[in-house]
Design a protein around this ligand. Sequence first.
Ligand code: FAD
Length: 286
Amino acid sequence: MKARAFSYFRAATIGEALDAHARAGEDARFIAGGQSLVPTLSLRLQAPRLLIDITHIAEMRGIGREGDFLRIGALTRHCEMLSEPLIAQFAPLLRAAAPFVAHPAIRNRGTFGGSVALADPASEFPAMILALDAEIEIAGPSGRRRVKADDFFIDLFETALQSGELITAIHVPLFRANQRFAFDELARRRGDYALVGCGMQATCTGERIDDIRIAFFSVANAPTRVREVEAALIGSNLDGGRIVAAQAALASDLAPPESDEVPPAMRLHLARVLLGRLLGRIGEAA
Ligand SMILES: Cc1cc2nc3c(=O)[nH]c(=O)nc-3n(C[C@H](O)[C@H](O)[C@H](O)COP(=O)(O)OP(=O)(O)OC[C@H]3O[C@@H](n4cnc5c(N)ncnc54)[C@H](O)[C@@H]3O)c2cc1C
């Protein structure tokens, strides 16, 4: 199928993009990498009258340190998450997740901000910014604000982003020497959306876990932190018994929905397997 006819506007600044959206209202969509939006236009699942191209807005590009955070411009492409040394040094969990996002052709165009804005529950990056306690920088008609990832993801493709608002960057706390991270996912084929995926980052003193944040994707309507599991781990050493207890606690945090693809009990089982593997890696690193 072909998309319905639409007008196209290339914004040079955040102000131009916001103004264009304010004039067109609900009939407008921002377009970044287009890797998720264009298929929905072609299938006529959406038919906006105006596409506002945000890919030439300089302020939304670039990666740099700002205080205790790494500011990652929303237009950073998935392939840059793989190749940029600052990501590997200060946000290694994002680097670890990047090769699992789609395929090279999609990673060459798709953007970090686009992935976070879309908030697909099966996507890697939304869950990872939850695990990293990141903050989302937003510009909109009523000004600029920063929202914590914990408050950003609300429900299926639903976020704290209001109509006409742009994600301009994501701020990730800088990775420290006493932190450990682990990421993995289970998919039928490499590059497919995961059946279950998980990423975690722990702050340790020796072998003791002082703090840990664990986020799953493809298990619920939105990326999900497993707080009971986190609580079961904090203050302890990661021995085999502790990992088994954490796996048992997972049922209090996750209730995977019915799906034709994987029954809920199977998905919970896969999540337990993944949790055990990743905690084992954190334990080895500590
Ligand atoms: C075959 C295929 C396989 C894929 N597999 C995976 C996968 O395994 N894992 C994964 O995570 N993703 C996957 N994707 C999705 C891909 O990662 C997308 O690139 C990404 O989700 C959206 O980024 P984008 O820049 O292309 O956004 P676009 O398609 O341009 O936009 C998506 C939505 O976000 C909005 N938007 C974009 N940028 C902003 C912004 N800065 N502020 C506010 N709103 C914005 C747009 O208006 C639109 O509604 C796959 C896509 C395809 C086609």
